[in-house]
Design a protein around this ligand. Sequence first.
Ligand code: FES
Length: 102
Amino acid sequence: MTSFPIAKTDGIPLGKMIGVQIDGEKILVANVGGEYYAMRAICNHMGGPLDKGKLEDNVVTCPLHGSKWDVKTGNLVKFVRQLPPEPVFKVTVVGDQIFVEK
Ligand code: FES
């Protein structure tokens, strides 16, 4: 497990998310109520870029076909059919630096 520095805390404002490439994988990091959460950013339906979707509270909506995912757990919240969960990653903050463990 390695800690990757991905952004400063002021780089991800409240209610926003960013997409980052970590170790060859696209990951989104979201600020939900002042806490940061990291989840794989490639929708496992048909590869939609979840980091380009819409974030409302802890739920991100895929921009391609509208599946909804909980960025805290990686679980599917709503879609026309069941999909497996997305991997989530531990996030730590040291000072004003956000790290994702992978
Ligand atoms: S690719 Fe995300 S819902 Fe289809």
